[in-house]
Write a protein that binds this ligand. Structure first.
Ligand code: SF4
Length: 499
């Protein structure tokens, strides 16, 4: 079906039949994925979780040469405070002259709910353009403008001729979806509307045929990798190393890109997803409109997933032989380097929580190290998880919980499963630490998790965490969890309802 650009991206509950509530085994989950019966499940009791407005800022705040305007009450953009400092450093790893995140809020209040917030947005856009002279201004709107009917697209097209910056509307009201990952589509929707245009190149009076042939050849071996906010620069360099080794050049987007990078990416020959749950909306649209093929398969975390990811790309360019020879060498080196860690990690029981694709892929690393997977908690579930399951062994009876945050379910399950270590998404570590277990963050913006180097680094860090867990033991002795004994006696999925 042809994709049409509209004001706002569709919610993933409708577009992908994604689910946010499930409790059972991996075998049950795979069965339900096939039968598409996860879509309507929900909870009769739920703790708070994030909204798509915050998650879309996770991408938009990384963009270079931009001002982000949050068109919402002040609190909607509060998460930005915790990431701007880090964000400026990570931007400078891509461009040493990059500025940190510049963000403004229209700070909508009660009187704006009565009289409308459009004037505030207009004034803020004009102020941002004059004061900061950015290449683009991104207006990210939350629930309130949607409820009071502010015409964001109308303001943007009206003001575009008055300002120098490209104006990008991103509509991501939190109430619209329970699947936070809709945020990725919302952010991409704005990019698709305004930043996809052909590159304007200087034309030489005398054409140099050789240069033109050379340029076209280089572009035919140049690929775009779609990075995710949880990737570090070191992750990117590892993936670039793997693809450079088989003769491909690489560009990364959308995170940390400048506006013109989106136009240049349209000249390259293949779009490659690192995580299908982030990118399918965008790269399917780019294929439809610009004819660029794409690969959405597994995430390159773990040896089997990395091999599969590289070979799929190599296959597209008929480079399988080169890739196989290179990967064999990488495999041998990795095996040698993992020897000291295997002894310490073998047989340890692990629980993993975070993005569903990422946790299942990371479990492959842990099985490779001889560890036992006892449970998973994924933020949401959709069909993109399927290839990552193929890299795992003996997990049919392992517990799988689909829950965006919902720490009450997590503590109950962890209490029953009694793992030796937890690998988990940051943001819920405070609760996890109170159970006294060693924790390895599921990702880290300064660490490496992807490719062969990622397997090695996960092994080193996990080994260190398990050897010395005194800090979390002390936390559990001195800080208790807020749940009553009766909750631990109950079944953890008591409140999940399948309609
Ligand atoms: S749910 Fe709505 S009001 Fe709440 S933070 Fe998200 S956008 Fe703002």
């Amino acid at each position: 079906m042809k994709m049409e650009l509209s004001t706002t991206a569709p919610a993933r509950e409708e577009r992908l039949k994604a689910g946010i509530a499930f409790g059972g085994t991996c075998a049950n989950l795979k069965y339900c994925l096939n039968k598409a019966c996860l879509n309507n499940a929900n909870r009769s009791f739920s703790q708070t979780y994030g909204c798509q407005h915050g998650l879309s800022l996770g991408i938009l705040n990384t963009l270079r040469n931009a001002v982000v305007i949050m068109h919402s009450p002040l609190g909607c953009g509060a998460s930005t405070n915790s990431s701007v400092g880090q964000g400026s450093n990570f931007k400078r790893l891509r461009d040493p002259k990059a500025e940190g995140t510049i963000w403004l809020s229209t700070n909508l209040d009660e009187s704006d709910v009565i009289s409308g917030g459009e004037k505030k947005l207009r004034d803020t856009i004009i102020y941002a353009d004059k004061e900061f002279r950015p290449e683009m201004i991104i207006a990210v709107s939350g629930c309130v403008p949607a409820l009071i009917g502010d015409d964001i697209d109308g303001i943007i097209s009206d003001l575009q001729s008055e300002v120098a910056a490209a104006l990008i509307p991103v509509t991501c009201e939190g109430f619209k979806t329970k699947v936070m990952a809709t945020a990725y589509d919302a952010a991409y929707n704005g990019i698709m509307k305004k930043l996809l245009k052909n590159v304007v190149r200087e034309e030489n009076l005398v054409e140099d045929d050789f240069e033109e042939i050379q340029r076209k050849y280089l572009l035919s071996r140049h690929v775009n990798i779609f990075n995710v906010g949880s990737m570090s620069r070191a992750d990117e360099l590892e993936l670039e190393r793997l693809l450079n080794a088989i003769g491909l050049a690489v560009s990364f987007l959308p995170c940390y890109s400048a506006p013109k990078d989106f136009a240049y990416s349209l000249e390259n020959s293949l779009n490659i997803s690192v995580c299908g749950t982030h990118d399918d909306y965008y790269i399917k649209y780019v294929e439809q409109e610009y004819g660029i093929p794409f690969i959405i398969d597994t995430i390159p975390i773990g040896r089997k997933n990395t091999t599969r990811w590289v070979l799929k790309i190599a296959e597209h360019f008929n480079l399988e032989k080169e890739a196989e020879a290179f990967l064999k060498k990488e495999d041998e080196l990795l095996n040698e380097s993992l020897k000291p860690y295997r002894k310490n990690l073998k047989g340890k029981r692990v629980y993993l929580g975070g993005g569903a694709i990422r946790i299942v892929a990371t479990a492959e690393v842990l099985q490779d190290l001889g560890m036992e997977i006892v449970g998973f908690k994924g933020h949401h579930i959709d069909k993109f998880i399927e290839p990552t399951f193929e890299a795992l062994e003996n997990i049919d009876d392992v517990v799988f919980n689909v829950a965006t945050q919902q720490p009450f379910e997590q503590v109950n399950i962890v209490n029953k499963l009694k793992p030796d270590v937890i690998v988990i998404h940051s943001g819920i570590n405070n609760i996890t630490a109170k159970q006294g277990l060693p924790i390895l963050p599921l990702f880290g913006p300064t660490n490496i998790y992807m490719g062969y180097a990622g397997v090695f680094e996960i092994a080193c860090r996990l080994s260190r965490k398990i050897k010395n867990n005194q800090f979390n033991k002390n936390i559990s002795k001195n800080r208790s969890l807020p749940y009553k004994r009766e909750w631990y006696d109950k079944e953890p999925f008591t409140y999940i309802r399948e309609d």
